[in-house]
Write a protein that binds this ligand. Structure first.
Ligand SMILES: *[C@@H]1O[C@H](CO)[C@@H](O)[C@H](O)[C@H]1NC(C)=O
Ligand SMILES: *[C@@H]1O[C@H](CO)[C@@H](O)[C@H](O)[C@H]1NC(C)=O
Ligand SMILES: *[C@@H]1O[C@H](CO)[C@@H](O)[C@H](O)[C@H]1NC(C)=O
Length: 331
């Protein structure tokens, strides 16, 4: 916004210069000249570029954001902070960072991707270097996957050529054609360069519901045994997660070598959310909208959601997903 207004203002200045200068050629030249130089200066100052002014990682920022906005995900928060910090603080990574986030809808996969982007790119999700692909939106027709494949490869190559610190988020990975996933494999590997382009500083994030049921099952077992949710560890889920994702023929990962070649650096499980987490989401959303936080409203919103299993009603089936629209109704 700022840029546009400044540019308009400068433009007006130049025109004024021309009008005034109609009687005085020297003033005209000066005015137009100053306008152009200033314009170039402002352009380079405000136009997002692929450099450390626009792209720098803020470790404390990510840590605080995770603590403040992500609820009930002690495993995911920890892995993400470690993985992203390690990668961003390594001046010479051997391969791009590849994260695969798994869990039921509404558990925070999109939110965490957004927080990562916001703490790397000054422009956050609005950055020209952050690219989101949604399977059902960008690659809807399985029969056209060969077209999508060459398009996607071109895009990734083009964008990383523009800026090696690019980030690619693939939403609904489980709905993506396996052939399409295979086609991005070369970018994720330990190659020095692919066709003269290095992908080692790029970040790839895959989001999917695949494995979500397995994770929920494990969390439910803990709950039934009366154990604390925070006692669930990655190892309780990880093997199970990779296997269930791999063996599920509905999943986009099926038989692709993302898994058997270890191209994914971290499988990140997202636990299903309990009532208390949904309440926290509602409270956070109110804070975000700068409304007075109201626990009664948060309770009302949380009570409206559907919980699983039917008898015990432990986990919100859609996590925190519909909180925002439900809140509209009460406020
Ligand atoms: C990093 O994030 C923290 C917490 O949000 C913020 O206070 C700090 O200003 C940020 N640092 C930079 C360099 O933006
Ligand atoms: C970068 O990716 C976007 C899709 O997010 C695509 O539209 C664009 O053409 C790509 N840029 C290049 C240079 O390939
Ligand atoms: C996927 O697996 C299920 C059972 O595991 C089987 O019934 C189904 O036919 C399989 N689908 C395909 C497309 O292979």
């Amino acid at each position: 916004m700022k840029v546009t207004r400044l540019c308009l203002w400068l433009h007006a200045l130049s025109i004024t210069g021309v009008l005034v200068g109609a009687f005085d050629p020297i003033t005209t030249t000066v005015f137009v000249g100053v306008g152009a130089t200033l314009g170039r200066f402002i352009y380079s100052k405000f136009q997002e570029s692929c450099n450390a002014k626009w792209i720098f990682f803020n470790t404390t920022g990510l840590e605080e954001d995770l603590n403040r906005n992500v609820f009930g995900q002690h495993i995911a928060s920890r892995i993400i902070l470690k993985a992203v910090s390690g990668f961003m603080n390594n001046p010479n990574p051997k391969k791009p960072l590849v994260l695969s986030l798994h869990g039921w809808t509404g558990t925070g996969k999109n939110l965490i991707s957004q927080l990562i982007a916001e703490n790397i790119y000054k422009e956050g999700m609005g950055s020209n270097f952050v690219h989101v692909f949604t399977s059902t939106l960008h690659f809807p027709h399985p029969s056209q996957y060969l077209t999508y494949k060459s398009q996607l490869q071109q895009w990734i190559k083009g964008n990383v050529t523009n800026c090696e610190q690019s980030m690619f988020i693939f939403d609904e990975m489980d709905k993506m054609h396996p052939g399409l996933i295979d086609s991005i494999k070369p970018f994720l590997d330990y190659y020095d360069k692919v066709d003269g382009v290095s992908y080692r500083k790029a970040i790839f994030i895959f989001l999917s519901n695949a494995g979500g049921d397995g994770i929920a099952q494990r969390a439910l077992e803990f709950w039934k045994e009366g154990r604390n949710r925070e006692e669930i560890e990655l190892k309780d889920l990880e093997t199970h997660l990779a296997l269930s994702v791999f063996n599920n023929n509905q999943s986009g990962f099926y038989r692709t070598s993302l898994i058997d070649k270890n191209l994914v650096d971290f499988f990140v499980p997202f636990l299903p959310l309990e009532y208390r987490h949904v309440v926290q989401c509602a409270m956070a959303e109110m804070r975000e909208r700068q409304l007075a936080t109201n626990k009664d409203v948060a309770d009302k919103v949380a009570k409206e959601l559907v919980y699983f299993p039917k008898s015990e009603r432990v986990f919100s089936v859609k996590g925190c997903k519909t909180i925002s629209s439900k809140l509209d109704y009460y406020t």
